[in-house]
Design a protein. Structure first.
Lengths: 484, 477
C-alpha cells in the first residue's frame, strides 16, 4: 500500500481587540466578575436588535488585507441557529455565503527557509458565545452538579479565518499558526492568547495516498488551546486514520477531541453533532458595504508585517530563518531588535537579544522592551564587545549591571573595572605564574598535548574574573611554554 | 372626554378645560370596565403618577398628558410584557421600546397593555394565551388581529389612540374590522427596537386612531432613524397632520385581484362606493393588476415562519420568563417550549424550521424571496400608472368568535389583502368606508415607500367625505 499523506486545513477563531462587543455597547473584559458586562442586547431580551460594531469591521478588514484577501464590496450576516445555554438568542450572528473577505494567501516559512504556502478560503466576522461554567464534580459537564453561564464573553467580536486544505504535516500547521499569530499581533487586532481563548484553532484532517489529488474523508479536531496540543493532536489523528485504513476500515466524518493527558483521540458523540444550522440571512442588520476609499486607506496604513520583516532581515542582514522567526515573535520584540540592529552588528544583536538578554530578563519576568536595557544601551554594550574592550563574560556581567541599575554600559565597565585585560606585560606575568604553578600540565603541553591549552586559558580567566583576553592568553601560553 | 379624538383632548388640555390627571382617570375608568377584553393589564398607578407629573411640569410637550394604549408586543420597562404568551408570563422588561419612549418623551401617558394573538401570530386575537377580545360592534365577533386589543380599545373609547404592530396586516385588518383608522408605515419608518420580533423583515409599528388626523399626529412622533435599529430610516420629510379636502388629480388604482369572488359582496360594494367618492372629490379610479400578489399568502407563510423560527428560539426559559422544571437540558427546552407556546406559534415555528432545513432552503425560503421581489416589481409598475392603490383591507367583515379557529388556512385568508403590501415594505392604511350587514368595512390605501403624507392626505379627504360614524352601537360616546 502506498504511504498515506496528511491533508490539513485549519479554522482559526480570533477575538478582536475592540472596546465594545460585536453588536452592543458592552465593554469587553477578561477576568471580571461574571455577568457584569451585559445588556438587554447581549442577553437577548425580547425586542432587542443588534447593531454592527464598525471597529470590528475595520479590524477584520485589516486581517483580510494582511492576508491578501479579496474584500467583498457588500457582505451580509446570517443567523446560525442552534440551542445551547451559552447562546442566548439561540442563533449566532455569523457570515455564511457572502463573507467580508474572500480568497487570499499566506506563506509561512519553516526554520530551514522552506516556504509553506497556504490558501486562505475566507475571513468572516461573527460573535462569540458566552462561557459555561460547570460547578461541582470535576469541573467538566459530565458529573457537574450544576452549570452556570457567564455572559461577559457573549457577543465578543470574533474573526474566523478558514484555510484551504493545503497543509501536509502537523509541524507545518504549527509553523503556519505561529506565523499567522505573529501577523495578527503585528496588526494589533487581537491579544491572540490561546490559554485565555482569544485565539482558538480547529483542524480538518484527512489522509490520502501520496500523489493523489482526491481528498479523503475528514475529521474535525476541535478547540485546541495550544499550538503544541494541536500539533500533537493532529499527529495522533493522522496516525489513527492511517491505522483505521490499514486495518481495512473507513474514516467516518466526525468531530474528534484530543486528550492531551493520555494522547488519545475520542470522537464526540454524534448526537451532539447532528446540527442543521438552518442558516438565515439576518434581517435585523443591513449589509456591510465598506467604502472603497476606507479600504484603500486601511491597506495603505498596514504596518510592515513579520513575513516582510523576516525576508528583509534574512536577505539584508544575513540572519538565519530561525533567528528571524524568533525575533518577529511579537511586534515589540521585532521593534526592539530592529533598533539594536540599526546601531550594532545585526548578527551579534540577534544572538544577544534572543540569547543572553532574554535569559537574564526572564529571571526578572521582564521583556527586552520593558526594562533598563534600551536598544541604545544594548548596542553600546555590543560595541564594547566588538572593539575588544569587553570579553564575552565581561559583557554578560556588564549586561547584568545595566539591567539592575540602568547605567550606561561604558560607565558600568569603568566603575566595575570590567574592561578586558590585553596588556602584554600583565598577561605575560600571569601566564608565567600559571605555567609555574601547573608544571605537570605545562609538561603535557610541551609534549604536544594541545588540549591543555584550554586548561591554561580557563585558569587565566578564573584568575582575572574573566577579564583576560582569551586570544592573547592562548598565544602567550604557547610562546612562553614552547618557544621561550 | 373619552369620546373625543386625541386632537380634541389635546385642545381641551391646552385650553385648561381638563387636567391630564382627570383625562387619564376617565380613560382608566373606561379601560377598567372592559367587557371587550381589550386590555391584558392596566398601569393605573404609573399612568396617574405620570399624569400628575405632567400637570405639574411647566413645559408642555406636544402630546402632554394624552393617554395611549400599547400592544403587549412592545417592551415597557417594569410593566409586565407577555406578547400574549404564557412563556413570558410575569416578565418585566428592563427597558422601554424606542417607539414608546419617543411617545413618552412627547408627553403621552401609557395606560395599559393590550391583548393580542400570541407573538402577533393570528388574525382574530383568539391566539392570545390569556383572553378573548370581542369586537365592540358585535360582542360575538372577533376584533381582528393580531393587534385586536389595540383596535378594540380605540373603537370602544377606552383610549383615544393606541400602538399596534403589523407584520402581514395586524394593524390594518383589526382597524378595518373595528371601524377605525390603522396605519402600517414604510418598513424602516419606525424603530423596531423593543418590538418583540415575529418576522423581522416585515414587522412595523404603527398607530390606531379614530381619525386620520390623529393617526398622522401619532405617526409624526414615531418616525425617524434610531441608532439602536440598523434597519430604521432617516425620514425625508416630517409627517404632516392632513388637511386635504379634495383629491384633484389623484390617480387611484383598484386592485382587481382583490375585488373578486374571495371578497364578500358587502365589502366589495362598500369599496366601490368609496371609489365613487374618490371620483366625486376630483380623483380618477383605474383598475390595476398585481399579478404576483396571488402568491403573496404562500410567500408570506414561508418567510414569516422562517424568521419567527429563529426569532422565537430565544424563549428557552433560561434567562427570563416562565419555565417548566426538567432534569436534562433537552427536557428543559422541550418541556418549556412545548408547554408554554400555543398551537399556532408552534405550528409556525415548525413551518419555518422546515422551510430553512438543509436541502430545502432554496426550494422554500429562497423561492419565497424571489417571489417577494416579483411582488415588489408589481407594485413599482403599478405606481408608474397610479399614485395610490386601493383594495378592501379584509375580504370579509368581522367573523364570529371560534368560526375559523379550527381551520388555519381560513384564518390566514383574512390577511390576503394586506400581505402583499407588507412583503413590498410599503406604507398602507385602512379607513372605515361603510357598513356591510351592520359591520364596518375597511378600505386599504397603499402608496410607494415614504408616501405617508400623500396617503394621509387622501385618507383624510375620503374620511371627511364618507362621514363614517366610528361609534359602535351600544358603546357610550
Amino acid at each position: 500500500m502506498s504511504a498515506l499523506e496528511p491533508v490539513i486545513g485549519v479554522e482559526i477563531h480570533v477575538q478582536l481587540r475592540t472596546r465594545t462587543k460585536m453588536f452592543c455597547g458592552c465593554e469587553l473584559s477578561f477576568g471580571d466578575p461574571p455577568n457584569t458586562h451585559t445588556c438587554p442586547v447581549c442577553l437577548a431580551h425580547p425586542g432587542v436588535l443588534p447593531v454592527t460594531n464598525r471597529e470590528a469591521v475595520r479590524l477584520a478588514l485589516e486581517i483580510g488585507l494582511a492576508l491578501g484577501c479579496e474584500i467583498a464590496p457588500r457582505s451580509i450576516f446570517h443567523r446560525k441557529n442552534y440551542f445551547y445555554p451559552d447562546l442566548p438568542k439561540a442563533y449566532q450572528i455569523s457570515q455564511y455565503d457572502v463573507p467580508l473577505c474572500g480568497r487570499g494567501r499566506f506563506t509561512a516559512v519553516a526554520e530551514d527557509g522552506r516556504e509553506i504556502p497556504v490558501g486562505i478560503t475566507r475571513v468572516h466576522l461573527e460573535e462569540d458565545a458566552a462561557k459555561l461554567m460547570h460547578l461541582g464534580g470535576s469541573g467538566r459537564r459530565a458529573g457537574a452538579e450544576r452549570s452556570a453561564v457567564d455572559f461577559n464573553r457573549g457577543g465578543t467580536p470574533l474573526v474566523e479565518i478558514v484555510t484551504e486544505p493545503d497543509l501536509t504535516s502537523a509541524a507545518d500547521v504549527a509553523v503556519f499558526l505561529r506565523q499567522l499569530r505573529q501577523t495578527l499581533l503585528f496588526l494589533g487586532v487581537s491579544d491572540c492568547n490561546m490559554e485565555e481563548g482569544s485565539m482558538r484553532a480547529d483542524a480538518n484532517v484527512s489522509v490520502r495516498p501520496a500523489g493523489s489529488t482526491a481528498l479523503g474523508t475528514k475529521t474535525e479536531l476541535k478547540n485546541m488551546n495550544s499550538f503544541r496540543f494541536l500539533e500533537r493532536g493532529i499527529t495522533a489523528e493522522v496516525e489513527r486514520q492511517r491505522a483505521t485504513i490499514a486495518a481495512g476500515g473507513r474514516v467516518v466524518q466526525e468531530t474528534v477531541h484530543f486528550e492531551p493527558e493520555t494522547g488519545e483521540i475520542h470522537p464526540l458523540r454524534s448526537k451532539e453533532e447532528a446540527h442543521d444550522y438552518r442558516y438565515l440571512p439576518e434581517p435585523d442588520l443591513v449589509p456591510v458595504a465598506p467604502d472603497p476609499a476606507w479600504v484603500d486607506g486601511l491597506r495603505a496604513g498596514l504596518p510592515e508585517l513579520p513575513q516582510a520583516l523576516r525576508a528583509r532581515w534574512v536577505g539584508e542582514m544575513g540572519l538565519s530563518h530561525e533567528d528571524a522567526d524568533v525575533l518577529t515573535e511579537s511586534p515589540e520584540l521585532a521593534a526592539y531588535f530592529a533598533a539594536v540592529a540599526a546601531e550594532a552588528d545585526p548578527k551579534a544583536a540577534a544572538n544577544w537579544v534572543r540569547g543572553e538578554l532574554r535569559a537574564q530578563l526572564r529571571e526578572r519576568g521582564e521583556e527586552p522592551w520593558q526594562g533598563n536595557v534600551t536598544p541604545a544601551r544594548l548596542a553600546a554594550l555590543l560595541g564594547l564587545l566588538a572593539d575588544g574592550t569587553l570579553s564575552v563574560p565581561g559583557a554578560k556581567e556588564a549586561l547584568a549591571e545595566v539591567i539592575a541599575t540602568g547605567e550606561e554600559p561604558a560607565a558600568v565597565v569603568a566603575r566595575r573595572g570590567l574592561g578586558q585585560i590585553s596588556d602584554e606585560g600583565e598577561l605575560t606575568a600571569l601566564v608565567d605564574r600559571l605555567l609555574a604553578e601547573h608544571a605537570a600540565q605545562a609538561d603535557q603541553l610541551r609534549s604536544g598535548k594541545d588540549k591543555v591549552l584550554g586548561f591554561f586559558v580557563g585558569q587565566a580567566m578564573k584568575a582575572t574574573q574573566g577579564r583576560a583576553d582569551p586570544g592573547a592568553v592562548s598565544r602567550l601560553v604557547r610562546e612562553r611554554a614552547l618557544g621561550g | 372626554m373619552v369620546g373625543l379624538s386625541a386632537e380634541a383632548q389635546i385642545a381641551a388640555l391646552r385650553a385648561g378645560e381638563v387636567s391630564s390627571a382627570d383625562l387619564v382617570e376617565e380613560q382608566l375608568a373606561r379601560a377598567a370596565d372592559d367587557p371587550w377584553g381589550s386590555f391584558l393589564r392596566l398601569d393605573a398607578d404609573g399612568a396617574r403618577a405620570r399624569a400628575r407629573a405632567i400637570d405639574a411640569a411647566p413645559e408642555r410637550p406636544p402630546l402632554a398628558g394624552i393617554p395611549i394604549a400599547v400592544k403587549d408586543v412592545l417592551s415597557t420597562r417594569d410593566i409586565e410584557t407577555t406578547c400574549g404568551s404564557r412563556i413570558l408570563e410575569g416578565f418585566r422588561p428592563v427597558y422601554t421600546a424606542t417607539s414608546v419612549a419617543r411617545l413618552e418623551a412627547a408627553g403621552a401617558v401609557v395606560i395599559g397593555k393590550t391583548n393580542m394573538d400570541e407573538f402577533a401570530m393570528g388574525s382574530s386575537t383568539e391566539n392570545s394565551a390569556y383572553q378573548l377580545t370581542r369586537n365592540p360592534w358585535d360582542a360575538d365577533r372577533v376584533p381582528g388581529g393580531s393587534s385586536g386589543g389595540s383596535a378594540a380599545c380605540v373603537a370602544a373609547r377606552q383610549a383615544p389612540w393606541s400602538l399596534g404592530s403589523d407584520t402581514g396586516g395586524s394593524i390594518r385588518q383589526p382597524a378595518a374590522l373595528c371601524g377605525i383608522v390603522g396605519m402600517k408605515p414604510t418598513y424602516g419608518a419606525v424603530s423596531r427596537y423593543g418590538l418583540i420580533a415575529f418576522a423581522s423583515s416585515l414587522d412595523q409599528i404603527g398607530p390606531f386612531a379614530r381619525t386620520v388626523r390623529d393617526a398622522a399626529l401619532l405617526l409624526s412622533h414615531l418616525v425617524g432613524r434610531d441608532p439602536l435599529d440598523s434597519t430604521s430610516l432617516e425620514w425625508p420629510e416630517p409627517v404632516r397632520v392632513p388637511t386635504a379636502e379634495r383629491l384633484d388629480g389623484l390617480r387611484v388604482g383598484l386592485v382587481q385581484e382583490l375585488m373578486g369572488e374571495g371578497t364578500e359582496p358587502g365589502v366589495r360594494e362598500a369599496v366601490e362606493r368609496a371609489m365613487g367618492v374618490v371620483e366625486d372629490l376630483g380623483g380618477t379610479v383605474v383598475p390595476i393588476s398585481l399579478p404576483s400578489s396571488e402568491q403573496g399568502l404562500a410567500t408570506y407563510y414561508v418567510i414569516a415562519p422562517a424568521e419567527c423560527s429563529a426569532n422565537l428560539a430565544r424563549f428557552d426559559g433560561i434567562r427570563y420568563g416562565a419555565r417548566v422544571a426538567a432534569e436534562t437540558l433537552l427536557e428543559h427546552y422541550e418541556g418549556t417550549r412545548g408547554a408554554l407556546f400555543g398551537p399556532e406559534v408552534k405550528r409556525r415555528i415548525m413551518l419555518g424550521t422546515f422551510a430553512l432545513a438543509s436541502g430545502y432552503y432554496d426550494q422554500y425560503y429562497g423561492r419565497a424571496q424571489r417571489v417577494r421581489t416579483l411582488i415588489v416589481r408589481d407594485f413599482r409598475e403599478a405606481f408608474a400608472q397610479v399614485d395610490l392603490v386601493a383594495s378592501p383591507t379584509s375580504p370579509t367583515v368581522a367573523f364570529r368568535l371560534g368560526e375559523r379557529t379550527d381551520d388555519p388556512y381560513q384564518m390566514y385568508l383574512a390577511d390576503i389583502c394586506t400581505i402583499p403590501v407588507s412583503l413590498a415594505g410599503l406604507p398602507a392604511l385602512s379607513i372605515p368606508c361603510g357598513l356591510a350587514d351592520g359591520l364596518p368595512v375597511g378600505l386599504q390605501l397603499a402608496g410607494p415607500a415614504f408616501s405617508e403624507n400623500r396617503l394621509l392626505d387622501a385618507a383624510h379627504a375620503l374620511e371627511q367625505a364618507i362621514g363614517f360614524d366610528t361609534l359602535p352601537p351600544g358603546v357610550e360616546g
